[in-house]
Design a protein around this ligand. Structure first.
Ligand SMILES: [Zn+2]
Length: 185
């Protein structure tokens, strides 16, 4: 299915942050100190930030995105994430450029998520950001369809799985980088 609309950089960041844990593959990019620091560095953020609040925020965000998909979300996890957000320093700046640029400074991962979530809500993109309700999947996807009615991350697999309760199989295509690695190997 071809996406009609692409997410902004802020919304893509929120999606990718939510997907740092992969339920189906049982992997979590942020599970170790080294993994978290790599992710922080890759996103232009200072390394060394405490892991627990980041994981709490991610868990709540993922529930929120399940709610976006009319899923049965755990509101306790959302509340815990909001508790984390209350302590996040987020600085606004006026700037001196003719056109204001980046009015909110986000110097930590928590602040970056807070800012980009705010952008995602303000732009209305939140409605297209959803967690797949398939319990074996729970992948967060961008619904770029014109009708915004996609429920499953991939209709081909999760949708069919829901209909037929067919067998859990690997279904997401490997990322582009993985493909090139596989070819190089
Ligand atoms: Zn799915």
């Amino acid at each position: 299915m071809e996406d009609m609309v692409e997410p902004s950089a802020a919304t893509a960041f929120i999606r990718d942050f939510a997907n740092t844990v992969d339920v189906e593959d049982r992997t979590d990019k942020l599970a170790t100190r080294a993994g978290l620091d790599t992710w922080l560095r890759d996103n232009g953020l200072p390394t060394g930030e405490a892991s627990e609040p980041i994981l709490t925020l991610r868990a709540g965000l993922r529930e929120r995105l399940l709610l976006n998909n009319n899923g049965d979300a755990d509101t306790d996890l959302i509340a815990a994430a909001e508790h984390v957000l209350r302590g996040v320093p987020l600085y606004a700046r006026l700037g001196t450029d003719p056109v204001p640029d980046d009015p909110l400074l986000a110097e930590t991962a928590l602040a970056r998520v807070a800012r980009d979530w705010a952008v995602t809500v303000a732009s209305g993109e939140w409605i297209r950001l959803k967690q797949c309700p398939d319990h074996a999947c729970l992948w967060v996807f961008w619904d770029g369809s014109r009708s915004r009615t996609r429920r499953w991350c991939t209709m081909r697999v999760c949708g069919n799985r829901a209909k037929t309760r067919a067998y859990t199989a690997r279904h997401r295509e490997p990322a582009q980088a993985d493909l090139s690695l596989a070819k190089a190997a």
